[in-house]
Design a protein around this ligand. Structure first.
Ligand code: FAD
Length: 397
């Protein structure tokens, strides 16, 4: 009989896994479950916030996966995983059997972490850390903000989705302000002491935006403890420091997507421990967890990571079902960030599994040079667009 693999989540990890499962074994029945018919990528959402692209350019659909690759796509939500009976329950009432299950549910927010912020508050004080309506709310607020206003971003500690993401966002909001509201200010309240590509970002900010962006590390008042939604005020430093925002972007601390938590697949940290050779859950040998939800050694929580992990899990499942042993595969990540429309920077690494963990291969990657020419930065900004086009084609095309 044909094997049946169910994939939960049609984002970067899940859609890749579905496509490559079918590619590695065309005889498999692959079912992809994703509630939202148009997936808006988070990558590129900062470009939209800065006015560089339209929202509909970030929409990915499942037509090609269904019509060309033969994947059964169901637009529904998985409400429970019955691990004992190998079944998933759908909100619409159906139950589906699986032999192997791939979970790529992304993140959910730890709304209990900071007083005064919760799901209701997020309607007016957006996190915009899942792309879609939240991103549009934030853009509308930035458009409505008067010149001379203050945009405050609250950034969580590690680990979280997309380590350079908040700083690219600050950059492109600065680009928008510089054109339309040049007297405005951006304050980043950070729950850590250092951040990804810090030197490159800070150099770029100075060159392009002067002193518009102020970054406050946790030891200097950046550790936010309370939000007053009504006045858009945040309190830090045991109440000693307060910042009042005209537009407030609060990015809460995160954990694995709800379904993974509720199915008992997360550890004490809120993320999913896996065998890093295969992405098989440490709690269940028939469930594979990839993308942001997983603990993947040194790999960052990025779309590119989720994409390579989807291929590894697909290979592991096909080999296991065929009774073959898994090979140690190399994985890769590149994160481009735009500091301005013509100013790109990047970080890249190749990873290898050894001794139970995924670690970066020494000398395999790195960040953009500190002293590069503007021509070089312009080239990297083009590569960022090229990366977007090729990764989305690999995942949903
Ligand atoms: P997602 O892509 O979020 O997919 C999860 C999917 O699962 C969703 O579609 C959701 O609807 C679905 N789902 C959840 N629960 C259920 C359920 N119970 N039943 C059915 N479906 C369910 N990464 C990069 O590589 N490069 C970048 O430049 C970059 N920029 C970013 C900028 C920003 C502002 C942000 C926020 C992120 C950025 N990222 C970037 C990170 C990237 O978006 C994520 O790492 C990536 O989306 C993770 O993929 P995933 O499959 O784990 O989760």
């Amino acid at each position: 009989t044909k094997g049946q693999v169910v994939v939960v989540g049609g984002g970067s990890g899940g859609a890749t896994a579905a496509k490559y499962l079918k590619r590695f074994d065309p005889n498999l029945d692959v079912v992809l479950i994703e509630p939202i018919p148009r997936h808006y990528t988070c990558y590129g959402s900062n470009w939209y916030l800065g006015g560089l692209t339209r929202m509909d350019r970030l929409a990915q659909t499942f037509t090609v996966l269904r019509d060309t690759h033969g994947i059964q796509v169901i637009h529904d939500t998985v409400t429970a995983i019955d691990r004992d009976n190998h079944k998933v329950h759908l909100a619409g009432g159906d139950r589906l059997s699986y032999q192997k299950l791939v979970l790529s549910p992304g993140i959910d927010f730890r709304y209990d972490a900071v007083a005064g912020y919760g799901p209701e508050v997020a309607e007016t004080i957006p996190h915009a850390w899942k792309a879609g309506p939240q991103t549009q709310t934030l853009r509308r607020q930035l458009e409505a903000m008067p010149d001379g206003g203050v945009f405050v971003m609250v950034v969580p500690g590690n680990p979280f989705r997309c380590p350079p993401g908040p700083y690219e966002r600050a950059s492109l909001v600065a680009h928008y302000f510089k054109q339309h509201k040049p007297r405005s200010k951006i304050i980043i309240l950070d729950n850590k002491e250092t951040f990804s590509k810090q030197g490159l970002f800070m150099d770029g900010w100075q060159q392009l935006y002067g002193n518009m962006i102020e970054w406050v590390p946790s030891s200097q008042g950046g550790q936010v403890e309370e939000v007053d939604a009504a006045t858009r005020t945040v309190y830090a430093d045991g109440g000693l420091t307060r910042f009042q925002a005209d537009v407030l972007n609060f990015i809460p601390p995160q954990e694995a997507g709800r379904i993974a938590v509720e199915s008992g697949l997360t550890g004490a940290t809120g993320w999913c421990p896996v065998n890093q050779l295969t992405f098989e859950s440490a709690m269940d040998p028939d469930i594979f967890i990839i993308g942001d939800a997983s603990i993947a050694g040194q790999m960052p929580k990025s779309g590119h990571s989720a994409n390579t992990q989807g291929k590894v899990a697909a290979a592991a499942i096909v080999r296991t079902m065929a009774g073959m042993e898994m090979l140690a595969l190399s994985t890769v990540n590149t994160c481009y960030s735009l500091v301005g429309p013509e100013y790109g920077i990047s970080i890249a690494a190749v990873y290898r599994y050894s001794d139970g963990e995924i670690t970066g291969v020494p000398g395999s990657g790195g960040v953009s040079p500190a002293d590069a020419s503007l021509h070089f930065r312009r080239q990297e900004a083009r590569y960022a667009q090229g990366w977007y086009d090729s990764i989305t084609a690999d995942i949903w095309g």
